[in-house]
Design a protein around this ligand. Structure first.
Ligand SMILES: [Zn+2]
Length: 383
């Protein structure tokens, strides 16, 4: 009897030891696992002829789960992730992805048994390949952080935030005749609101402003982000009009956020849209260090392409497209949902300024944008 009691006691001690070891082990693995998930990798740029590149060999070490094929004869590179593939070639200023050819500001080069990719191509790899990462391009390097894949059950859309650019003390650009950006953006937004309410009865439509008042750039994305929760999905559309010193420039542009602006022209548009309200903003230093989510950026890019397509179809013969472009707009930086900024035309161009002020054209613009959003939702893949 005595030895049986002892046996039970030993079993209890051993069982509690096993339990404690298990607990410590799972705690440890949790700590290791979550550290691994949050770990950041950095790739420094290589400067060749005053331009910044990222080495393919170093990219390979950071971009896990990505398959890379390099053809030494043709000097072509294929980067593959799941069902997505991007192909580019040394000395070519275009890359291929998802059935389209896209321009680069400068071409990849081949040196010392390695391919050097322009910064902008690396950002496009992040967003074209459906990678689950966050990233940040600063002056010296790119930082990459792996993110757990976000599951989204709903392929539809729950809300749309319309952002009429400028307002109140900030008139935005003023053009020839009486064209003022803040008025045109609000008028088109109101029409768009009506179109969207008719088109999507179950979808909530919000405006960041509905009258001529001042709203800071940060407040605008905050308004949109507050509508977001775990179950729903929305998009953010910011409307603007462009202006430049040359009276000859005309056309509309659809922008998505990028830390590698597409061209010097895009950089100028970005400076103009960002600059006006920057005074007295305590967030500026903080904002610079933001990591961008590649999946949100990928969706923003798709949304921009759909909008450009519908604008081209609906506005043909009126105003021409200057294409899908990219720049670092402050109003888009903090967005936790797909976001685009449309420059609806140049009010510094006399002909375009007068057409932009007509109700007929404002309605046409609103209609084209609502069709673009409809197509985005229709062709949006399930995440
Ligand atoms: Zn503007």
């Amino acid at each position: 009897m005595y030895s049986f009691d002892n046996l039970i006691r030993y079993i209890k001690i051993i069982a509690s030891l096993i339990f404690k070891i298990g607990l410590v082990y799972s705690l440890l693995s949790f700590v290791i696992f979550s550290n691994e998930k949050k770990s950041e990798n950095h790739i420094a740029y290589d400067t060749i002829n005053h331009k910044e590149y990222i080495s393919l060999n170093r990219f390979r070490k950071v971009a896990k789960n990505v398959h890379i094929d390099f053809n030494r004869l043709l000097l072509t590179v294929e980067v593959i992730h799941k069902k997505k593939m991007v192909r580019f070639q040394v000395n070519s200023k275009f890359y291929y992805s998802d059935g389209g050819m896209y321009p680069l500001d400068y071409a990849p080069v081949y040196q010392k048994n390695d391919v050097y990719m322009p910064r902008t191509l690396v950002e496009d790899l992040f967003t074209e390949l459906d990678l689950s990462i966050s990233y940040k391009f600063d002056n010296k390097k790119v930082t990459v952080r792996e993110e757990s894949h976000k599951m989204r059950s709903n392929a539809g859309i729950d809300f749309i935030v319309i952002d009429p650019g400028h307002g109140g003390k900030d008139p935005g650009a003023s053009g020839t005749s009486s064209a003022i950006e803040k008025k045109i953006t609000l008028d088109v937004s109101e029409y768009l609101n009506k179109y969207l309410n008719n088109e999507f009865p179950g979808v909530k439509i919000y405006m960041t402003r509905s009258r001529d008042n001042f709203v800071s750039l940060e407040k605008r994305s905050d308004i949109a982000n507050k509508k977001l929760n775990k179950e729903n999905f929305g998009v953010f559309i910011s409307l603007h009009c462009n202006s430049t010193l040359s009276q000859n420039v005309h056309g509309y542009e659809v922008f998505y956020l990028s830390q590698n602006p597409g061209s010097e022209e895009d950089r100028k548009v970005m400076m103009r849209e960002n600059d006006l309200l920057s005074s007295g903003d305590p967030d500026i230093g903080l904002i610079e260090s933001y990591l961008l989510n590649s999946q949100i950026l990928a969706e923003s890019k798709t949304l921009a392409r759909q909008l450009n397509r519908s604008l081209m179809t609906e506005l043909s013969g009126h105003v021409t497209s200057r294409g899908v472009r990219k720049a670092d707009f402050r109003v888009l930086r903090k967005s936790l949902m797909p976001a685009v900024l449309i420059e609806m035309g140049y009010i510094s161009n006399t002909a375009e300024a007068s057409v932009l002020q007509t109700d007929k054209y404002k309605l046409k613009l609103a209609n084209a944008i609502s069709i673009g959003i409809k197509n985005f939702i229709k062709f949006k893949p399930k995440m």
